[in-house]
Design a protein around this ligand. Sequence first.
Ligand code: ADP
Ligand code: MG
Length: 347
Amino acid sequence: MSEERTEIGELGEFGLINRLTQNNETRIAGTIQSVGDDGAVIDQFGRQSVISTDLLIEDVHFDLMYTPLKHLGYKSVVVNLSDICAMNSTPTHITMSIGVSNRFSVEALDEFYEGVYAACQKYNVDLIGGDTTSSGKGFIISVTAIGEVTPDKYVLRSGAQKGDIICVTGDLGAAYLGLQLLEREKQIYLEHPDVQPDLQKYPYCVGRILKPEARTDIVTWLAEQGITPTSMMDVSDGVSSDVMHLCDSSNKGCILYEKKLPIHDEARELAYEFKIDPTMCALNGGEDYELLFTVSQEDYEKLVLNESISPIGYITEAEEGIKLETKGGNTHNLKAQGWNSLSNEKK
Ligand code: ADP
Ligand code: MG
């Protein structure tokens, strides 16, 4: 053993993944896409599958004080399906592994599984296995999702071309604001347990954090229109950080327009209540589970027919950097302030 000791915080989540996987070798011819995207792609005699996995840890990724177990079960599945969608693939199967302490009753786990099965039904996927173990403390959830994709129609983060239009589905920032609201009400409850939480005013934002959806509808719609994005990923860390990953992988730059960022009215209202800038929430919030993708300009006319897709900018050369044009017409560099779950705080 060497004497060296590097703190994980020095590398950060992405630096750590890079270090641990830099010497990873690909031995199998069918491994088309390995580490580095939302999912891996493997080819088995012409059929292609996409695989993605996620780990959720109590008090890092979720707080059971305000997360109903049924919603947690649903969300654990959905966040994985979102990564499958992000590869332009349709989810088909999941495995579910859990680590539980004796703090949890059988009935509590039944409730968690009600959510798991609700997601399987909604997205038409089969739960085909998993693992169950005890955990010292806290609830640990690991889901692996598998999807199918038309051969060679999978979409990586790395294919964006200069002039391509950057699009995002749905709206941004509401999940982050919903989380802030739940955290605020939790603090109030801890100090005054007799006060009822006031969540009714913002059902959309609370729903976005507790019960996100995966955009399988967009994958289907794009296929129907004959549009294959040039690059794609899902928005889990915040569009600002995610667009940087996309541009880095594609070795390109971009310009985003503040006025084009889709923000739900209720999210805007809640941001004002918290006295924070809705744009900052949209850029850096995270947990939106929307799709971020690029298309060539010739697909633009077809694209605008879909009301849940917003063009938010376009791809430039890498030298031009990653920029945001504000509503006031100023242009500045985008900063990645994505959620860093390794340190559990904003970078
Ligand atoms: P996402 O946010 O879409 O789930 P991540 O940022 O977690 O993606 O992961 C980026 C890439 O690194 C993915 O290809 C993932 O499979 C891979 N990866 C993450 N952690 C590890 C690990 N410990 N060992 C090997 N590969 C990893
Ligand atoms: Mg992803």
